[in-house]
Write a new protein. Structure first.
Length: 178
């Protein structure tokens, strides 16, 4: 290869014209998402491991109620993939309007009965809180530090029941939205 033929070889190996603008836009979007904490994968602010964990933790749990009134954990893994993002919905569940909460519970119950053959007499949504700093002498989490508060109860036959604390939270969040 002579020196005179090199520019043609380099021109032939150059990236497509759209590649540089694409990379520039992607890097700008990545930077904006990181700076403003926008969680739009793959343009994420990486909050998963970069947030401080407080000792007081909270989570939502849905329990299935059978006809005898016994509770069992909701079997999310047995439902189709569309139901596997329940964690995101449960975070906003208390602030949903009553008819929307009722529709969500009805869809969960219908999916259990249609896809899993489970007869659902009702659903209960609990807010669980616990203190990570409380440990047993052998270093395990202290289950006595766990509290469970019923936030919402749903039955296909009866109108939904919402706890007083959840009603106060829903009222406060709707007042704040105005």
């Amino acid at each position: 290869m002579t020196i005179r033929s090199m520019p043609n070889a380099l021109a032939h190996d150059a990236p497509p014209r759209w590649a540089r603008p694409f990379v520039a836009v992607f890097l700008a979007a990545f930077f904006v998402c990181g700076v403003f904490g926008i969680e739009a994968w793959p343009l994420t602010g990486w909050r998963l491991f970069s947030r401080l964990r407080e000792p007081g933790q909270s989570a939502w749990r849905v329990m299935v109620v059978d006809e005898a009134g016994r509770e069992s954990p909701f079997p999310w893994a047995e439902l189709p993939p569309g139901f596997h993002a329940h964690v995101h919905l449960l975070k906003t569940f208390p602030s949903l309007p009553g008819d929307r909460r009722d529709a969500v519970c009805r869809s969960w119950a219908d999916a259990l009965s249609n896809d899993c053959g489970v007869r659902v007499a009702g659903l209960r949504v609990y807010q669980e809180t616990w203190d990570l700093s409380r440990r047993t002498p052998d270093g395990r989490a202290d289950d006595a530090a766990r509290a469970r508060l019923l936030r919402y109860a749903w039955s296909p036959q009866n109108p939904p029941v919402i706890s007083a604390a959840a009603a106060a939270n829903a009222h406060a969040s709707s007042a704040a939205a105005r």
